[in-house]
Design a protein around this ligand. Structure first.
Ligand code: F6R
Length: 365
């Protein structure tokens, strides 16, 4: 992040951010800690949902199934990227649980609003199979139904956009995973590592009034008016999906996530005629923690081969020594770049009117 542009009108960018998305991003370290603490309060109740004696003394469910959509589903992807888990974590982003989910598995339903149709449907199915470990929500129907049935509810504060509550939701999910022994090593200190990685990016990008533009705003300007493909590899694939969603919802631009090395076996060829589609394209690469030399060489060659098709080509390599720190560094950078891309285009990052309108129209049927 070497460039330095003199600030022109950064103060007016703040005026566009009516619901203070920038403020919510800066809260992420505090949110991680708060979410984790809230789950610890529910720990005894969650442990009761996995009675070891009824499962031949097994300390851990066979799988942890996490149901949640959009901003509430992100934690399901991040959990196995950040932690070494004792059981597979399966993300369900839809209306139903897989047929194999049974008494040997445990399900966590996550919905910030508590009113998302798909997650409510999964909750009902999980209830019928008696496999619910907990719900994470700020309230809504999900909170109400879980409480009626005396199930553990990790209640997180409302008033945010669901995607801006990622720290609260992820911290809470990590706490539930710990209570179920799906994660067991140094969980509290890994949450601290994540918070430190996030803080590193916040420290250099939150200040719009410091005389020079934050690096994330400069990167956002490079990406303006293009369709963005965000590529991760191994653990950073989960973060690439978060970037894609943040670019969609904050910046209101088309963006897609992809992953190395798979993309070298198909998309590499598809880029050949990208310019003929008439649009402008940009590529973002998120280097995973502890990247190996073969993967870096692959990324270098790929970039050379497709460079002609691109408006901007950005690669981000985290500085944090820990896996959690590195992943949250990348995640928060995406939060800032997507929010600044909105603001630099005169758009308020917070509202997602189309999602609201779709939900209303579906509810009216
Ligand atoms: C909006 C957002 C959306 C929602 C999604 C599910 O900020 O992030 O992706 O997360 O529509 O709604 P909830 O999270 O309330 O279950």
């Amino acid at each position: 992040m070497e460039r330095s542009h003199v600030t022109t009108s950064t103060a007016s960018l703040r005026d566009i951010d009516k619901a203070n998305m920038l403020g919510a991003i800066a809260q992420l370290p505090a949110h991680l800690r708060d979410g984790f603490a809230r789950a610890s309060d529910a720990r005894t109740l969650v442990e009761r949902t996995w009675p070891r004696e009824s499962h031949a003394g097994s300390a851990t469910p066979r799988t942890l199934v996490v149901c949640g959509m959009g901003g509430s589903g992100v934690g399901a992807d991040l959990l196995p990227a950040v932690f070494d888990t004792n059981a597979p974590v399966v993300a369900v982003k839809g209306y139903d649980l897989p047929a194999w989910v049974s008494d040997e598995d445990r399900v966590v339903c996550v919905s910030y609003s508590g009113n998302t149709a798909e997650t409510l449907r999964c909750f009902e199915v999980a209830m019928q199979r008696s496999v619910v470990a907990a719900v994470i929500t700020s309230g809504g129907k999900l909170g109400e139904l879980a409480r009626e049935r005396d199930l553990p509810v990790v209640e997180i504060p409302g008033g945010l956009q669901p995607r801006a509550a990622v720290g609260l939701l992820f911290g809470a999910l990590a706490g539930i995973a710990e209570a179920l022994n799906v994660v067991d090593r140094d969980v509290a200190s890994i949450i601290e590592d994540a918070a430190s990685g996030a803080q590193l990016i916040i420290d250099s990008n939150a200040d719009l009034d410091g005389g020079t533009e934050p690096p994330a705003l400069m990167y956002a300007r490079d990406l303006k008016d293009s369709t963005i493909v965000v590529c991760g590899a191994s653990e950073s694939v989960a973060v690439a999906h978060r970037w894609k969603a943040q670019l969609n919802e904050n910046s209101k631009v088309p963006a897609f996530a992809s992953s190395y090395p798979e993309l070298d076996h198909n998309e590499l060829v598809g880029w050949t005629r990208a310019r003929e589609t008439g649009g402008r394209w940009s590529l973002i690469e998120l280097v995973p923690p502890n990247v190996d030399a073969a993967l870096m060489a692959r990324m270098d060659i790929t970039r050379e081969l497709i460079g002609d098709a691109l408006q901007a080509s950005l690669r981000f390599e985290p500085l944090s020594a820990t896996r959690a720190g590195a992943l949250f560094e990348l995640l928060v950078l995406g939060d800032y770049i997507s929010a600044y891309l909105a603001l630099a285009s005169g758009i308020d990052p917070s509202p997602v009117e189309r999602i609201e309108s779709l939900k209303q129209r579906l509810a009216g049927r």
